[in-house]
Design a binder for this molecule. Structure first.
Ligand SMILES: Cc1cc2nc3c(=O)[nH]c(=O)nc-3n(C[C@H](O)[C@H](O)[C@H](O)COP(=O)(O)O)c2cc1C
Length: 502
C-alpha cells in the first residue's frame, strides 16, 4: 500500500545534499545510492525499494559510500537502504509498471507523453536547457515569456525562505521576461521542434497592445509552437499596464485573448495572476475571448528577507529592493485553492487547466490533478533540484495509478472536487473527533499541553509521568495537539456526537 505518510522521509536524510555526480554512487558497484536517496527525498521510496537487487549488498559492506560522501560519515546511507529493504519492500503490493502508457494525456487535445512540463521561466529559456529537459523525460516546456521589450535584468534577482534543513520552502524572484529578441526565440522554437517533434512546445508571450499579442501568437505558431500561453500575470512587469495588471482587469484579458486567438490556429491558454481575490472573473473573460485553457498560478506578490541593519529587503539591488513574485512549495496551498476554484466553476467546463505552484513531488502533482489540473508545470523545484526530478515525478505517479487501478492519468482529474467546498459554512458541525495519544511514542515533552493551554481549549494536562491527559469536557477536537506533536504520537481518535442534527 502506498502510504500517505512515508516511513522514510526527508527528515531522515537531513544531511544528504543530493549531490551532482554523487561520490556515493562512484563508491558502490552494487546499487546507486544517490538515486535511491533522491527517490526517498521525492516521496518515491516504493519505486526505490523495488529497484534494489534481490540480495541486500549492504549487510556485508563497510559502506565506502558513507566515507566518500561529501559530508563523510554524516549520512547513514546504509541504514537508509536497509530501511528500503526491510520496511518499505514488505509494504510494496504493486509491482513497478513496465511502461509509462498510463501517463499519456493531452493539453487541449495535443498529445503529451506525461503530464509534466517546465513552466515559463529561466528553466526553459534556451535551446540547450529545453533540449536537456526533453532528454531527461519532460513531456514539454513552456518557454520563457517572449516579448519585444528591451529586457535588462537586475542582479541579484532571487531570495529564499528556507527550512531547518536548508532547503528552499519559498522562493522570491524579481525576474522579468526573456532577454532574447523575438527572432532569436523563434529560431530556438524551430530547432527544438525539428529535433523533438513529439515534445510539447508551449510558447509564453506578452504583448503591449492587441496587434502585438496577435503578431507574437502568429509568429509562435509559424515557428513550431504547439500552443500559446498568454502571460497576463508576471508581477515583475507592471509598468505600462503589463503583467499581472492585465490579469486583474477581465476586460483586458478578454481583449488580448481574442487578439491572440484570432491570429493563430493553435490552442491558446491564459496564464492568470493569483494577486486577486478570485480568479474566475479573469478566467471567464479569457474564455469569452476564445481561450482553450487556463494556466495558474503565476507568482504571488511578496517581500522577503528584510535586513534588520540596512532595512532593505532581499534581493537588494544597489541598496534597494522591490516587491517580487513568490513561488515554490510554500505557495502550493494557495495555488491549489485557485485550481479548485476554477475546477468548481461550471462556466469553465471544457477548458484545460494547466496547474502549477509549488510542485516538487508526484504527490504534489497528483493533488493538483485531483482538483482539476490536466497538466502540471514546474519551475522552482527544478531551479533547486534540476531536471532530474522528472524521474521520481513520473515513476511515483505511475506506480500510484497502477496501484489504484487507473488505466490512465486522465481518470484522476477532478476526483477531489466534490469533497472540497469553497466555503466552510457547509461543513458538518455535530461531531467532535477527539485526539488519541500513543503513550509508547510520547516522550513527555509537553508541547501538546502548551499549545492546548495557550492556543486551544485548555483540555490537556500532564500526569506525574509527563504524559498527556485529556479533559473530554473541554476538548473541542480542534487537533492543534495532533499538529504540534514533534513525535507524531497523537492521532485522530474517537468520534462523538455533541449536537443533534438540525
Ligand atoms: C525565476 C522565475 C522566473 C519566472 N519567469 C516567468 C516568465 O517569464 N513567465 C511566466 O509566465 N512565469 C514566470 N515565472 C512563474 C513560473 O512559471 C510559475 O508560474 C511559478 O513560479 C509557480 O510555479 P513553481 O512554484 O513551480 O515555481 C517565473 C518564476 C520564477 C521563479
Amino acid at each position: 500500500m502506498i502510504q500517505q505518510t512515508p516511513m522514510i522521509s526527508r527528515a531522515d536524510m537531513i544531511r544528504c545534499t543530493l549531490c551532482a555526480d554523487a561520490p556515493c554512487d562512484a563508491a558502490c558497484d552494487r546499487v546507486r545510492p544517490a538515486a535511491l536517496l533522491r527517490s526517498i527525498w521525492f516521496q518515491n521510496e516504493q519505486t526505490a525499494a523495488q529497484r534494489l537487487p534481490a540480495e541486500n549488498p549492504c549487510i556485508v559492506c563497510a559502506a565506502p559510500c558513507e566515507q566518500k560522501c561529501v559530508r563523510a560519515g554524516e549520512v547513514s546511507i546504509r541504514d537508509l537502504i536497509n530501511r528500503l529493504y526491510y520496511q518499505v519492500q514488505p509494504e510494496c503490493e504493486t509491482a513497478i509498471p513496465d511502461s509509462e502508457e498510463r501517463l499519456k494525456c493531452d493539453l487541449c487535445g495535443i498529445p503529451l507523453e506525461n503530464p509534466f512540463l517546465l513552466s515559463s521561466s529561466v528553466v526553459a529559456s534556451t535551446y540547450d536547457m529545453c533540449a536537456a529537459a526533453f532528454e531527461a523525460g519532460w513531456a514539454g516546456i513552456c518557454f520563457k515569456t517572449v516579448c519585444s521589450l528591451d529586457i535588462r535584468e537586475a542582479s541579484p534577482r532571487f531570495s529564499a525562505v528556507t527550512g531547518s534543513d536548508g532547503s528552499i520552502i519559498g522562493f522570491k524572484n524579481i525576474e522579468q521576461l526573456s532577454d532574447h529578441s523575438v527572432a532569436e526565440n523563434m529560431a530556438i522554437f524551430r530547432r527544438l521542434k525539428a529535433k523533438y517533434p513529439t515534445k510539447f512546445i508551449l510558447a509564453s508571450i506578452m504583448g503591449q497592445n492587441e496587434a502585438e499579442w496577435g503578431e507574437l501568437a502568429r509568429l509562435c505558431e509559424e515557428n513550431g509552437a504547439d500552443a500559446v500561453e498568454l502571460n497576463f500575470s508576471c508581477p515583475n512587469m507592471a509598468e505600462g499596464g503589463l503583467g499581472s495588471d492585465i490579469g486583474q482587469v477581465p476586460e483586458l484579458v478578454e481583449r488580448f485573448t481574442r487578439a491572440a486567438k484570432q491570429a493563430c490556429h493553435i490552442p491558446v491558454i491564459a496564464k492568470l495572476t493569483p494577486n486577486v481575490a478570485e480568479m474566475s472573473p479573469a478566467a471567464e473573460a479569457a474564455k469569452r475571448g476564445g481561450a482553450d485553457g487556463i494556466a495558474a498560478i503565476n507568482t504571488i506578490k511578496s517581500v522577503t528577507g528584510l535586513n534588520l541593519h540596512t532595512y532593505v529587503a532581499s534581493p537588494a539591488v544597489h541598496g534597494q529592493s522591490a516587491v517580487g513574485g513568490y513561488s515554490g512549495n510554500a505557495v502550493k496551498p494557495i495555488a491549489l485553492r485557485f485550481i479548485a476554484e476554477m475546477g468548481h466553476n461550471p462556466e469553465l467546463k471544457g477548458l484545460h487547466l494547466s496547474a502549477m505552484g509549488g510542485v516538487e513531488t508526484w504527490t504534489d502533482a497528483l493533488e493538483f490533478m485531483l482538483l482539476g489540473g490536466g497538466s502540471i508545470q514546474v519551475t522552482t523545484a527544478v531551479m533547486q533540484y534540476g531536471y532530474r526530478i522528472i524521474d521520481d515525478l513520473k515513476a511515483g505517479l505511475n506506480l500510484y495509478l497502477a496501484e489504484k487501478g487507473f488505466r490512465n492519468v486522465r481518470q484522476v482529474i477532478g476526483l477531489g472536487l466534490d469533497a472540497l467546498s469553497g466555503t466552510t459554512d457547509t461543513l458538518e458541525r455535530n461531531t467532535v473527533i477527539f485526539p488519541a495519544f500513543e503513550k509508547e511514542r510520547c516522550i513527555g515533552c509537553g508541547r501538546c499541553m502548551i499549545s492546548c493551554s495557550d492556543g486551544g481549549h485548555q483540555a490537556i494536562r500532564l500526569d506525574e509521568n509527563r504524559r498527556p491527559v485529556l479533559d473530554g469536557k473541554k476538548c473541542v477536537g480542534c487537533h492543534l495537539c495532533v499538529l504540534v506533536c514533534p513525535q507524531r504520537a497523537i492521532k485522530p481518535g474517537k468520534k462523538r456526537i455533541v449536537r443533534e442534527k438540525g
